[in-house]
Unconditional design. Sequence first.
Length: 537
Amino acid sequence: MLQRLFFAFIFTFLLAAGCAKKDAAPAAGVTSTAKKVLLYGNGGEPQDLDPQVIQGTPEYRLAQTFFEGLVSEDPQLNLIPGVAEKWDVSADQLVYTFHLRTDAKWSNGTPLTADDFLQSYKRMLTPALAAEYSYMLWHVVGAEEYNKGKLTDFSQVGFKALDAHTLQLTLKEPTPFLLHSLNHYAWYPVPVGVIQKFGLTVQHTAWTRPENFVGNGPYVLKEWHPNQKIVAVRSPTYWDRANVKIDEIDLFPVELAETEERMFRTGQLDVTYEIPLSKIPVYQHEHPESLRIDPYNGVYFYRFNVQRKPFDDVRVRRALALAIDRETLVKNVTLGGELPAYHIVPPDLVGYTSHNQLREDVAEARRLLAEAGFPDGRGFPKVELLYNTLERHKIVAEALQQMWRKNLGIEIGLYNQEWKVYMDSQHTHNFQVQRAGWIADYVDPHVYFDLWETGNLNNDTNWGDPEYDKLLHSALYAKTTAERYEIYQHMEKILIDAMPIMPIYFYTRPRLVNPRVKGFFGTPLDNFPWKYADLAP
């Protein structure tokens, strides 16, 4: 109720303001001259601020605001030191030794030590926490076994604190993308001593409220008004605080792109999470200085629940995938320079090019649907497509709904939920078909394959394949990158043939950015460090 009242007020106020300034250029941000305050649209209300239980793009941005891992990346995605000022790698690529900064601290002033990372990883892997991203740590010796309860002695897992400022990781197989993956929030340290007071393996507790919160990133949590805004202020204890230029970031959980665009025009946002699709041509023509369309390394797809009828039948899943016109969708609907997706991995991802691709084939789609028992769509059961509340998802869903109605004679109902509810429906598998997206957690094709392993907590399709699982693990033992990529080709063919997920298009990132915002880089992972950003006077 609070959210609806808040946005009703915002909508009414901004509608009047928007009518008065319909053709005006975006206003300068309304901030105090005494300090630099960035007004940032962050999408939906976050599930939480705990890096070990969150999942989603709005949460990723918040995690990088309040935490920092062993390594970081610059705007060109080059590895740079984070909490670890340097690291060593053994000749066999199995042992990584990280040397932590002696001036790294938590936001409460307590020194950040190797044992903090050790205890954080122990919590992340504790089965009772049920952390969706725990699998990212499975490359470490014994981590998977501990996470699955097969190993109960954490000292047998390949994490060692050699001293207060030296952390060692021992891997079970060479992992060429390990250092880049360490920039993901699954590897961030968390204040275990603080969390223990509220329940170490309990999700969504009060430790992430402002009065209790402790982080180690460039900003500190000052305020969190649910469904209104989160206020982050520059941390006085962050080791690189001298290079953090913006004093305060106000992050707004605005789910409606139309509302964001009005807030941008009236100076209440400096950066939007999205832009209404219909407004992209307008800004391209009238205010190109405010429109950003950046590369974005991700795939937009629909997830099938393969244990729910009629999608327990691969013929039905493939019929829906073959009956949509992706070229028309990206040309006439999404309008942001997206590419139609006929495979899983985005093109040209560090030398990997997918050889196995879908095609639009309405005749084959109709044949498959008839073979599954629904000729010309007759007898097709009631089906609902679930999407989270954003204008883009609604428009895309409506376009595909019309294509399926025209090409297959079936009716797919549409159902939307707010972000937190939608994520809960995903994790509990309470859907038939669900709108989804996957943005690379690091730059390597492996990131598009490991989540579909049987039993992976991010694999919410209920699908699994023993051959696929075997190939996934064998890829890391490949002698060369070319051999590893060839294994991925086989895995991608399995995914496309089984169709537990239906790729639709490859992302770009259209949004509005006030020209006064400087040093704001749209990286392909959209995970730029805040320290590079600044605001013009």
